[in-house]
Write a protein that binds this ligand. Structure first.
Ligand SMILES: [Zn+2]
Length: 291
């Protein structure tokens, strides 16, 4: 195992404003410095400073297509793109204040969060980060979806995502592989946007959800191709799934050493792997688990 790096936080608060994709509600996010060992904690500023939910896999609510956290009635919704930004930039301790449950969708990627976090300094703290080294293969599956954690010999953290949309020829099959470092995350993963099929979006709008979202706010695919937008990468959809996975595995509260391969994995399966990895391989208390 490599020598663990020091934990890091940000030097001063920084804000992001936008609206939630699902609810359409305006939301203000304030990323704030946090003590070593605190981990990532969402704080509902609209309720009070005690209304907190730690970013841990056991607090994931069972909802489709996104990662919502809930602890004792305190909810933080669609946290995965901000979680990916924090994990990708190796910011271990941060309070994320929100004045609504749902995080802003921004452009559907982690770019807005990364730019905000990069606009302030990061600070090394006086404690080492908890490492979680995968020492044997772990595989979870759900129907045709599976996810596998494999050991590595070089101390790295790699994410590989295989996307397969057989019922949508435009997206089709694509894959993405990334060595998760802050530089590569910024350049190759953070700008990659979430995507939806036009017919799925129409079904959500009929349920009263997502009515404020336009095709310029994310990638929307019709039967004929991408609607009103341009791809940033040929395999942007697979890269976005890798982004989601990085965000979901940050719910371990640990720095992962291993290679994760996912095939059509969902947020639910990603979080199940996060829980399993902590149970099997965590040797020290994950961040946020000290209370
Ligand atoms: Zn996503």
């Amino acid at each position: 195992m490599l020598q663990p790096r020091l934990q890091r936080t940000i030097s001063q608060p920084v804000t992001v404003e936008g609206f939630g994709y699902w609810t359409g509600r305006d939301v203000r996010v304030e990323f704030r410095p946090a003590e070593a060992g605190e981990g990532i904690v969402f704080v509902r500023d609209d309720i009070g400073s005690d209304a907190r939910v730690e970013a841990r896999a056991e607090y994931r609510a069972d909802v489709p297509r996104r990662t919502n956290l809930c602890f004792e009635g305190v909810e933080a919704a669609m946290v995965e793109h901000a979680m990916a930004a924090l994990a990708g930039l190796q910011i271990d301790n941060c309070e994320v204040g929100i004045d609504q449950a749902e995080m802003p969708g921004c452009d559907g990627s982690s770019l807005t969060f990364v730019e905000a976090l990069d606009s302030v300094e990061t600070v090394d703290q006086n404690a080492e980060v908890a490492q979680l080294e995968i020492t044997e293969i772990v595989r979870l599956s759900d129907g045709e979806s599976w996810i596998e954690a494999r050991p590595v010999v070089d101390g790295g953290y790699r994410i590989e995502f295989e996307l397969d949309y057989p019922y949508d020829a435009v997206i089709g099959r694509q894959s993405a592989l990334i060595e998760v470092t802050p530089e590569r995350f910024r350049q190759e993963i953070a700008p990659c946007r979430t995507f939806i099929l036009e017919r799925e979006a129409e079904a959500l709008v009929r349920q009263g959800l997502g009515s404020r979202v336009t095709p310029s706010d994310l990638l929307m695919f019709s039967d004929h191709g991408l609607v009103g937008n341009e791809l940033r990468f040929k395999n942007e959809c697979a890269r976005h799934k890798a982004l989601d996975l990085i965000g979901d595995l940050a719910l371990t509260g640990c720095q992962i050493v291993g290679h994760i391969v996912a095939h059509r994995s969902s947020h639910k399966l990603n979080a199940a792997l996060a829980r399993e990895l902590v149970t099997r391989f965590s040797t020290v208390a994950p961040l946020g688990a000290t209370a």
